[in-house]
Design a protein around this ligand. Structure first.
Ligand code: HEM
Length: 379
């Protein structure tokens, strides 16, 4: 996507397109992206409203997600969910992340090869969020299919065909979560759903369902990408890879640099609630604004040698987790997961290398996401 972003940036940090891929303002400049995300007159919205009747239930759920809410409703929903990400809760989950990472590598070690995406990053991130939410272990493998279906409905690349075919998986997912919520109401446990159920005076039934589903998708799809992208970037930069092995303390800045250099979430969207002046341009009420986080993070006006991966880069004020009131609620969890996953992988597999089959990127626009990353564990 990067040469394309450069081309767009050369037309201006904020540029209106009448067609491709959707009509609206495309924001590529770092300062402009920050400005849009800080200005609450740019409202958060469902990026591509679903029109098919088959998606009525999903639309209803999306309408209750904090990500697509503004002002008071947003503040209330976010306030309730943020209790899940306080340091004491994260400390608790740290051991589970470590243990799961080791288990997954024990399994892969027997074959001496693995696909980083499906054998490591995906199971790790989904097991962690499923445990936090309170999904029973046996159901956790279903997550991948569910989340792939949801991602397809929100990404720009979705086709009429995908939508017209409807998506039964989404119905199954919604029913599943509704049943799980009902079960936790009868017998609460020490997990997020139970915590939300106890707060049901402040959360409607639909909000409860929407919050669980939002955390499930947001909580692992992007984290999978962060872990997989980190492995690929490091293997493509052998000198830095070695330096990181020799000095594990560099892991924090290394993960921040991957967040900037290969941002898992490449774009988000807003809609102008009134006419808004941005530099020389007027964004008109009702205009759609596509915020290209991946482009802002490579803006040469902000980052020296923006196209160069430098794992010691500091400061690194990237916008990979967004900015302002919708700043990612799971940022600390995602950082912790990625740091642990990479550290354990490098410690245990010092000879890790790319296998002969090429890594493949998924054909998505909003996400920087590998579909496969085959590696050999020991040379
Ligand atoms: C919001 C990225 C991991 C939950 C966001 C936003 C971005 C983002 C860019 C802002 C969207 C906007 O302003 O329109 C990422 C990345 C992740 C990650 C790159 C991993 C590398 C997580 C995790 C969770 C999570 C682990 C939860 C378990 C959320 C939620 C919101 C959000 C609930 C909405 C916050 C709000 O509307 O106030 N994330 N995220 N994310 N993220 Fe993440």
């Amino acid at each position: 996507p990067y040469p394309f972003y450069d081309e767009m940036r050369s037309m201006g940090p904020l540029y209106k397109l009448d067609s491709f891929p959707y009509p609206g303002w495309y924001v590529t400049g770092y300062e402009e992206v920050k400005k849009v995300l800080l200005d609450t007159r740019f409202k958060n919205r469902i990026p591509l409203p679903l029109t098919s009747k088959k998606y009525e239930r999903l639309k209803e759920v999306q309408n209750h997600m904090m990500l697509f809410k503004n002002e008071l409703d947003h503040r209330r929903l976010r306030g309730l969910a943020s209790a899940a990400f306080v340091p004491s809760k994260l400390k608790h989950i740290r051991y589970y992340i470590e243990e799961t990472a080791h288990d997954l590598l024990n399994q892969a070690e027997q074959k001496n090869k693995m696909d980083v995406v499906s054998d490591y990053a995906f199971p790790l991130a989904s097991l962690v969020i499923a445990k936090m939410i309170g999904v029973p272990v046996v159901e956790r493998p279903l997550f991948r299919e569910w989340s792939a279906s949801l991602i397809r409905t929100i990404d720009f690349t979705r086709t009429r065909h995908i939508l017209a075919s409807g998506d039964e998986t989404i119905g199954v997912l919604l029913d599943y979560f509704q049943r799980l919520i009902n079960k936790k109401k009868r017998a609460p446990k020490d997990d997020l759903i139970s915590m939300f159920v106890k707060q049901d005076s402040e959360l409607s039934e639909k909000e409860l369902l929407a919050t669980c589903i939002l955390l499930m998708i947001a909580g692992h799809e992007t984290t999978v990408n962060l872990i997989s992208n980190t492995v690929l970037v490091l293997l493509n930069h052998p000198v830095q890879y070695k330096a990181l092995q020799e000095n594990p303390a560099l892991i924090e800045t290394a993960i921040e640099e991957v967040l900037r250099y290969e941002s898992p979430t490449q774009m988000t969207a807003r809609v102008a609630s009134e006419d808004i002046k941005m530099g020389e341009s007027i964004v008109q009420k009702g205009d759609h604004v596509y915020v290209l986080l991946g482009a802002a993070n490579r803006d040469p006006e902000k980052f020296a040698k923006a196209d160069v991966f430098d794992m010691t880069r500091k400061p690194n004020p990237h916008l990979a987790f967004g900015h302002g009131v919708h700043f990612c609620i799971g940022a600390s969890l995602a950082r912790m997961e990625a740091q642990i996953a990479i550290q354990i992988l490098l410690q245990r597999m010092p000879g890790l290398r790319l296998s002969d089959s090429k890594p493949r990127w998924r054909k998505l626009i909003g996400f920087r996401s590998l579909s496969e990353l085959p590696v050999i564990l020991r040379s």
